[in-house]
Design a protein around this ligand. Structure first.
Ligand code: 4NP
Length: 147
């Protein structure tokens, strides 16, 4: 799960998907990262921690890290929160196999519409909407990506 800062959207996506994986008893590995380095080592944004808590999830122990090219080898699927994140990840890919792993998260919910998860960093009221968008997409990931 990848966004720009790894403090607002992708930590929520990691927490939500991890919760669903645990509940389903799946042996999947999930992680999140930001394309930028500004917030490396920091906790998620307080708005993300709070909205997660309101939905019964604790994401406060996550720490931001920057996406690295080798993540394109380590993971089978890489979900970008918006088109800018998508482009930044694709620019690190070195072959078509890696490029094919990169998807826009909301294309799970709205196929081929290329919608982005809005960035709540500048909008304190935006976290619940972001939670709902990510939650719906992660429900479909659980349904659609099991072998
Ligand atoms: P995120 O949100 O990509 O969802 O973690 C942002 C966090 C920080 C900044 C922008 C977006 N920033 O400009 O520092």
């Amino acid at each position: 799960m990848v966004c720009l800062g790894n403090i607002c959207r992708s930590p929520l996506a990691e927490g939500i998907l991890q919760h669903k994986i645990d509940h389903a008893g799946l042996n999947w590995q999930v992680d999140s990262a930001g394309t930028g380095s500004w917030h490396v080592g920091k906790k998620p944004h307080k708005g993300s921690i709070q909205v997660a808590q309101e939905h019964g999830l604790d994401i406060s122990t996550q720490r931001a890290r920057q996406f690295k090219a080798d993540d394109l080898n380590s993971y089978d699927h890489i979900f970008a929160m918006d088109a800018s994140n998508y482009r930044d990840i694709i620019s690190l890919a070195s072959n078509d196999i890696q490029k094919a792993k990169v998807k826009l998260l909301l294309n799970e919910t709205y196929p081929a519409q290329n919608r982005g998860v809005p960035d709540p960093y500048w909008n304190d009221d935006g976290f619940e909407e972001v939670y709902q968008l990510i939650e719906a997409a992660c429900t479909l990931i659980l349904e659609n990506y099991q072998d």
